[in-house]
Write a protein that binds this ligand. Structure first.
Ligand SMILES: *[C@@H]1O[C@H](CO)[C@@H](O)[C@H](O)[C@H]1NC(C)=O
Ligand SMILES: *[C@@H]1O[C@H](CO)[C@@H](O)[C@H](O)[C@H]1NC(C)=O
Ligand SMILES: *[C@@H]1O[C@H](CO)[C@@H](O)[C@H](O)[C@H]1NC(C)=O
Ligand SMILES: *[C@@H]1O[C@H](CO)[C@@H](O)[C@H](O)[C@H]1NC(C)=O
Ligand SMILES: *[C@@H]1O[C@H](CO)[C@@H](O)[C@H](O)[C@H]1NC(C)=O
Ligand SMILES: *[C@@H]1O[C@H](CO)[C@@H](O)[C@H](O)[C@H]1NC(C)=O
Ligand SMILES: *[C@@H]1O[C@H](CO)[C@@H](O)[C@H](O)[C@H]1NC(C)=O
Length: 461
């Protein structure tokens, strides 16, 4: 253990020291009990005024309860003792730091805390703040953030003083894919930051302007401050309120209300309500008028080759059809309005189905499941639907409805045993089933699924 000889320099005798602390306590903190002396002991060779320190401690203390909620029991005790703790699970890593002297150097992407001489950190903690910790391939372009202890004399002066905590995250995993953006960034960001009630500074490392403009409404409802771009704001930012690095992930497109880490205690329906508020969506319940059916039309892969025939069948069933092409879907402000006015959404497995988040309560999502994609279909879009208040129906195609049968023939292992193809490598499976497959739907068979959908949304017209 290292000694702390400087502590004794503070007062000539322990008695004077005690008197001074008592005075400071009674004068500055009559009504509160802040750990002022604990910090004063560590600041003997550093110029800091009493009022600055008391402000910083007040800020730290006021946000600590919210930060604690991002950790489990024993890690909460660690945070209490050391001002720092992390939670790690299969997909996400979230580190929390709380200290009046905390600063973030946005040039180096470091979170700096005071050196603890009793227990110096042996090396910085390094995090890539993206909720796919399971895959180093996905994280390869994610800039790491380091959390380190600094000698008090090496702590740089604050260029900006912030009065709220920071949440540092990255959006670098799968750019431009709506499913991955909601799954790995937006929903985890909601879980991690919503309970600060906008009193939080978001710092987007690997800043992507397209991401920020695409999700502007959501980001501005999560934080009262503009999202910070470290690349254009390389400074020493002081955050006496603390910092969070990384986002908490629960499950695919899901919030688990009974998870041990759910700081706001939110459910998926709360998230849906949040989206409705953010995008100003008026229609929150499924309409009782002639049901509108949204058909997600894909072009590059998993495209419906007989879309017109499908549309005719749907019209016969009494649906009002809206066809959404990829271009139309890119502006969420506009597209979320359209989705929220629909009773049924139909699409082949793919990112477009993420729009189920914007469907009104009571609506139906119909997923057309291509060959080989049963698992991803169920896990990414099927299982999460119920908690969003929407019904889920699945239409699994038969080999005859896949374009793969023309390419490979009926008896090929591609048709008979997709698992064996994925077993060779994910890339091999991907090339065949995800990017290499189109769909020619057997309309008379598919009709049965849509009759069910029609029944679920009511038969009033
Ligand atoms: C320093 O580390 C020790 C051991 O973990 C801990 O008990 C103590 O509270 C820490 N001090 C501060 C000021 O964080
Ligand atoms: C802290 O900084 C001082 C001055 O730069 C240096 O002499 C000392 O060794 C440092 N202590 C540690 C533990 O890094
Ligand atoms: C930030 O606060 C520190 C005290 O902690 C003060 O010395 C400094 O001048 C402040 N900086 C700015 C830019 O307000
Ligand atoms: C950098 O961040 C500070 C604090 O949030 C802000 O006031 C300033 O405008 C930012 N500068 C740039 C260039 O974005
Ligand atoms: C939600 O979290 C709890 C507690 O960790 C766990 O027992 C439960 O299985 C989870 N529920 C779902 C649907 O994953
Ligand atoms: C999306 O559309 C809205 C309304 O038409 C428009 O104001 C906004 O600028 C568009 N957003 C983007 C990112 O293009
Ligand atoms: C379409 O599906 C029906 C069963 O619903 C079946 O009888 C028919 O043979 C199928 N048509 C083709 C072309 O496969």
């Amino acid at each position: 253990m290292e000694k702390e000889p400087k502590r004794l320099l503070y007062g000539a005798t322990p008695l004077v020291f005690l008197l001074l602390i008592t005075l400071l306590y009674t004068q500055l903190f009559a009504s509160t009990s802040l750990p002022f002396n604990r910090w004063m002991q560590r600041l003997t060779n550093w110029k800091v005024t009493d009022s600055t320190l008391s402000e910083a401690i007040k800020c730290q203390e006021s946000f600590k309860p919210s930060l604690r909620k991002l950790l489990k029991g024993e890690d909460q005790s660690k945070l209490e003792a050391n001002g720092f703790a992390c939670d790690l699970d299969f997909y996400s890593m979230v580190c929390v730091a709380s200290e009046p002297f905390l600063r973030i150097d946005t040039t180096r992407m470091t979170v700096e805390m005071l050196l603890n001489q009793t227990c110096p950190q042996d090396k910085p903690v390094r995090i890539k703040p993206y909720a796919r910790q399971d895959s180093s391939v996905i994280l390869k372009d994610t800039t790491p953030v380091e959390i380190m202890q600094q000698n008090i004399s090496s702590l740089a002066a604050c260029e900006y003083n912030h009065t709220v905590p920071a949440v540092i995250f990255s959006s670098s995993g799968f750019r431009g894919n709506m499913f991955h953006e909601f799954n790995e960034v937006i929903i985890p960001l909601y879980i991690t930051s919503r309970h600060f009630e906008s009193n939080v500074q978001l710092i987007l490392s690997d800043y992507n302007p397209l991401f920020v403009s695409r999700y502007a409404q959501i980001l501005s409802h999560l934080s009262g401050y503009q999202v910070m771009n470290p690349a254009t704001n390389g400074s020493i930012h002081c955050f006496p309120g603390g910092a969070v690095v990384g986002l908490k992930f629960h499950d695919f497109l899901s919030i688990n209300i009974s998870s041990s880490i759910n700081p706001g205690g939110y459910s998926m329906l709360d998230f849906k309500k949040f989206l409705q508020d953010s995008y100003n969506l008026k229609e929150t319940q499924v309409s009782t008028k002639k049901p509108k059916l949204l058909l997600i039309s894909r072009v590059k892969s998993r495209a419906f080759l007989n879309e017109e025939e499908m549309v005719n069948m749907m019209e016969e069933l009494g649906f009002d059809i809206v066809i959404a092409r990829p271009k139309q879907m890119s502006n969420l402000t506009e597209f979320s309005q359209l989705v929220s006015s629909c009773s049924v959404m139909v699409g082949a497995h793919g990112a477009g189905l993420t729009n189920e988040l914007f469907l009104p309560v009571g609506a139906v999502v119909v997923q057309v499941v291509p060959l080989g994609l049963e698992w991803a279909s169920a896990v990414y879009f099927g299982e999460p639907a119920g908690a969003m208040g929407v019904h889920y129906l699945e239409y699994r195609i038969q080999p005859e409805e896949s374009s793969l049968i023309d390419t490979y023939g009926r008896s090929d292992e591609v048709i008979a045993d997709p698992e064996s193809v994925f077993a060779k490598s994910f890339e091999a499976g991907r090339a065949v089933y995800i990017t290499g497959q189109n769909l020619k739907i057997n309309v008379s068979r598919f009709r049965e699924t849509l009759v069910q959908a029609r029944l679920l949304v009511g038969n009033d017209s």
